[in-house]
Structures are given as structure tokens and as C-alpha cells.
Design a protein around this ligand. Structure first.
Ligand code: NAP
Ligand code: MN
Length: 266
């Protein structure tokens, strides 16, 4: 495991956490891992916290392609991105030392705002009205004009993001083995004047989606990428596609995606 021995821990720094994590740090060092202070030197990045912390760990370290990501939870709640709990860190070290792990790859989407540089999203990109009025968006799939959406906004989620915001708006839960992305509506107006599909839809990873704001006095929507809001005003277009990047995480035995969905929701 020499090629995978530099560990970087991403967590909320506080005296309490440092104390809680000290046994973990010691165990890692005793087993030949190097703890590094700079994530750029790491080949394994470990987030400590829930799903929100995992999303931040991935974002703040730049969606590294040459790293494995791992999530450790500290409380009793099951978490979609976190396979380990503080109390079974032992098991994690043992599996890593014995190469007893499988690597799984999670699809990532790329959102390009106003044709500038792309932002990566592990959960979703959302576009929402920031005022009390509805937002109007023209939806294009590849070259096809598909629909004119009026309502609170749209969410474009990855498969692993499908259990997050997407699920709260009745989107489907999608197996991350399928390279695709899903579009869900936030409170669309549907009446004799305005019409949208009304259900969420899943696009093949080969497609491109374009959301164009319609100039009706509401062109300052909020753009959310995972758990961050983008400070961009005057949104004209959001282009979304599946990225070539993936997020690699460690898979324990008997812990498939559907095990985790069951554990979290059923
Ligand atoms: P948050 O508001 O604390 O998160 C909301 C909840 O979503 C938390 O319980 C979080 O888990 C959970 N979560 C995050 N990613 C998930 C995933 N892929 N599958 C299942 N649950 C997931 O904010 P946050 O923790 O920073 O998470 C950001 C995410 O919250 C966004 O990416 C978006 O998907 C979601 N969100 C949901 C709604 C909604 O459902 N109405 C609205 C806004 C945002 P932890 O407690 O383990 O962190
Ligand atoms: Mn959270």
C-alpha cells in the first residue's frame, strides 16, 4: 500500500474534534500511514462528519482524480457518502492494509454558467428564483428546444445526488452505476397557459442540457452547486453535462449503494 499511504483528514477543527480523532490519527500512524497537512500531498482524503462534510472535502480539495476519498461519520445517523464510523476505523485500516477494498466511481456533473469555466458537482446544480416571483427557463436537450419552465427552479442531480435535494422533490433514486443525470422541477406552474413535462426526467450521460433564463425581469436566480451558492449575478445560461471526472471512494463488502439507501431511508 505504499502508493496509498498519505492520509489527509478533512474535518471541522476544534479542540473537541482533535481529541476525538487522536486515537484515529495514532492508529493510522502505527499502521504505516503518513498524515499530511496539505491535501495536495495526499492520496487518500478522509472526511470526518456527514454527507455535507464529504461534499465539502471533495470540493475544497478540487475533485482530485488521483485520490481516494473516504467518509467517516461521527454520529449515529447513516450517511450516503460515508462508509465508516469512528468506531470501525480499525476495520477501515485493516481493509486498506490488506488491499481488501474495492474502489467505486461516482459520476460527477459539470455546470458551465454563461459559457465560462465549469464547476463540478457531486450532488447537484440547482437554479432557483431568489425573489417571490417565478423564474422562467427555456430547457434544451442537445439541440432540441424541449420546454419553457416557470416556477421556483430546476435541480440537475447526479446519481449519488439523487437521494439528496432531488429526492425531496419526488425525483427517482438512481443507481450510480448508470452514467446519467436527472432533471427535477421545483413547483412548476402548469395550467392552460404554461406547460412543462411535470415529472422528473433522466438524461443519458451523452446528452447536454441547456437552461436559458428568459428575460422577464427575474434574471438573478440563485445557483447552488452541492452545498455552496455561486456568487454570480445575471445568469443567462447554465449548460450541464456529465464530466469525465469521477469521485473514487472505497467500498466495503456488503455495503453496496442499495445497502446504504436502505440503511438511510427504510
Ligand atoms: P444540509 O441542509 O445540512 O443538508 C440536508 C441533508 O441532506 C443533510 O441531512 C445531509 O446529510 C443530506 N445529504 C447531503 N447529500 C446527500 C446525499 N447525496 N444523499 C442523501 N442525503 C444527503 O446541507 P449539507 O449537509 O451541506 O448538504 C447539501 C445538500 O443538501 C445539497 O447538495 C442538497 O442536495 C441538499 N439540500 C436539500 C434540500 C431539500 O431536501 N429540500 C434543500 C437544499 C439542499 P448530513 O446531515 O449527513 O450532512
Ligand atoms: Mn449537513
Amino acid at each position: 500500500m505504499t502508493n496509498r499511504s498519505n492520509l489527509f483528514f478533512y474535518y471541522k477543527h476544534s479542540v473537541e474534534h482533535e481529541e476525538q480523532l487522536q486515537p484515529l490519527f495514532n492508529l493510522a500512524k502505527e499502521n504505516g500511514f503518513h498524515l499530511v497537512d496539505n491535501h495536495e500531498q495526499a492520496n487518500i482524503i478522509v472526511s470526518v462528519g456527514g454527507d455535507g462534510m464529504f461534499l465539502q472535502a471533495v470540493r475544497k480539495t478540487g475533485f482530485r482524480q488521483d485520490c481516494l476519498y473516504m467518509g467517516i461519520t461521527v454520529n449515529e445517523h447513516a450517511s450516503l457518502y460515508c462508509d465508516f464510523h469512528l468506531s470501525n476505523f480499525n476495520e477501515m485500516v485493516r481493509s486498506m492494509l490488506h488491499d481488501d477494498i474495492e474502489v467505486r466511481k461516482f459520476p460527477v456533473i459539470e455546470a458551465r454558467i454563461n459559457k465560462t469555466m465549469p464547476f463540478y458537482c457531486l450532488n447537484e446544480v440547482s437554479i432557483r428564483s431568489s425573489i417571490i416571483k417565478t423564474i422562467t427557463l427555456d430547457v434544451f436537450i442537445d439541440d432540441l428546444y424541449f420546454e419553457r419552465f416557470r416556477g421556483d427552479g430546476l435541480i440537475v442531480s447526479t446519481p449519488t445526488g439523487s437521494t439528496a435535494y432531488n429526492k425531496s422533490t419526488k425525483g427517482a433514486v438512481v443507481d450510480p452505476k448508470i452514467p446519467c443525470f436527472q432533471v427535477t422541477e421545483l413547483a412548476s406552474l402548469n395550467n392552460n397557459r404554461f406547460r412543462t413535462l411535470g415529472s422528473s426526467f433522466i438524461l443519458s450521460g451523452e446528452r447536454k442540457l441547456y437552461l436559458q433564463t428568459v428575460d422577464d425581469g427575474n434574471d438573478h436566480p440563485i445557483i447552488g452547486i452541492d452545498n455552496e451558492a455561486l456568487p454570480i449575478r445575471n445568469i443567462e445560461e447554465v449548460a450541464v453535462k456529465l464530466s469525465d471526472c469521477v469521485i473514487k471512494t472505497v467500498k466495503l463488502k456488503n455495503n453496496s449503494y442499495w445497502d446504504r439507501v436502505k440503511r438511510t431511508f427504510l
